[in-house]
Design a protein around this ligand. Structure first.
Ligand SMILES: *Cc1c(COP(=O)(O)O)cnc(C)c1O
Length: 390
């Protein structure tokens, strides 16, 4: 169906994930030789006269070539045996939780995306799942929380939104596997550029592809990538088909385009985030900068070991004067956009406690910053005028 480029270059040297992502696996359309693969919108496929479906494609919900192309790129980026795309990050996370049975116990992080927190709070009980929240960056606390036997899933988010708590994935994998549990990692913020959780022992890595993978604030999508094509992979593929939380082909097409520039974008965003973190750390109106790249961050050492080439494009700042002053600061920005979400090319600022509501570990004086691709000096100057303005 598609013409694949060789996976190796000169002297059979294996091509890096970066090269494969930039060229979207090097596929060329066999009919026209187009360098960009056509977008497959068909919802159904013709059956062979003898009643077979030899193409492997029968109906649009389980089978779409554009979605599979995007999955192949992501699997390569994560060094995965297979990847599955979903209609959103939450569809991917909730599919993982739903793969477990009544009576199973899940361990989840204290510092985590609101949607994951709310799913466990509101939905777990209806399905007979129990869960515990722990500070997953504290390996002793993690070990204690794993009740050998009923614990079937250890779920991490690293760096964890919105305080950028970093958890040691390799150590957590040992704890999970010793207890006979699976390890899943929401790696949305790290991206495959900075961390590959599967190589560190995780069984599943999850992404809100809405964020860095697509990177242009114009697609909602979610992804899971798997260490093995085992029973867990098959169960999640079945859940996707049967509950129907699939990704549309146009979204998959845009996602392929986004992933072509993933490395370039993330590397630039990391550099600018570090520049801002270092400058804001000494700003008179900022009491604290939360960024894993700063030696002052409580998990800096783990981050240095686990993240390569940067510490992500996300940071948070605590504003001197408290909540009202933080909200007023966000009100004064001109270049930064006052909006939720993250990982796009445009920089976003948000008073996170307002979004997260009750039970959030996010202090009220904190602003969350998603660093985009604008000129770093423009971003710093805008924050400076917003922080010092009246
Ligand atoms: C946005 C986000 C999600 C949820 O993804 P959606 O695509 O919005 O459903 C999950 N985890 C993290 C870390 C996120 O930032």
């Amino acid at each position: 169906m598609t013409e694949k480029a060789p996976r190796s270059g000169a002297n059979d040297r294996a091509l890096s994930p970066r090269t494969l992502a930039v060229q979207a696996m090097g596929s060329v359309d066999p009919t026209t030789k187009a360098i960009v693969m056509p977008l497959h919108m068909a919802t159904t496929y013709v059956r062979d006269p003898d009643n077979q479906y030899r193409s492997g494609f029968s109906y649009g919900r389980p089978h779409n070539a554009t979605v599979r192309e995007a999955e192949a790129v992501l699997a390569t980026l994560e060094g995965a045996a297979g990847a599955l795309l979903f209609g959103s990050g939450m569809a991917a996370i909730s599919a993982v939780f739903q793969a477990f049975e009544a009576g199973d116990h899940i361990i989840a992080p204290e510092v985590t995306y609101t949607g994951s927190r709310n799913w466990l709070r509101d939905e777990a009980k209806r399905r007979g799942l129990t869960f515990a929240r722990v500070d997953t960056s504290d390996l002793n606390a993690l070990q204690k929380a794993v009740k050998s036997g009923p614990t079937k899933l250890l779920w991490l988010e690293t760096p964890g939104n919105p305080l950028w708590t970093v958890t040691d994935i390799a150590a957590a994998a040992k704890i999970a596997h010793a207890a006979g549990a699976k390890l899943g990692v929401d790696s949305t913020v790290a991206t495959p550029v900075l961390t590959n959780p599967l190589a560190l022992g995780a069984d599943i890595v999850m992404h809100s592809a809405t964020k860095y993978l697509n990177g242009h604030s114009d697609v909602v999508a979610g992804a899971l990538a798997f260490a093995k094509r085992d029973a867990l992979f098959e169960r999640l593929e079945a859940i996707r088909t049967i509950y129907g939380g699939v990704l549309g082909p146009f979204e998959a097409f845009l996602l392929i385009r986004g992933m072509r520039t993933l490395h370039l974008r993330v590397e630039a965003q990391c550099r600018t985030a570090m520049f801002l973190a270092e400058n804001l750390a000494s700003h008179a109106s900022v009491t604290r900068v939360l960024y894993p790249g700063l030696p002052s961050h409580p998990n800096h050492d783990v981050a240095r070991r686990q993240m390569r080439g940067g510490f992500s494009g996300m940071l948070s700042i605590a504003v001197r004067g408290g909540e009202a002053r933080a909200i007023a600061t966000a009100a004064r920005v001109k270049v930064w956009k006052r909006a939720t979400s993250l990982g796009g090319v445009e920089s976003l600022i948000e008073h996170r406690a307002s979004v997260e509501g009750e039970g959030t570990p996010c202090p009220p004086d904190v602003l969350r910053l998603s660093v985009g691709l604008e000129d770093p000096q423009d971003l710093l100057a805008d924050l400076d005028q917003a922080l010092t303005g009246e």
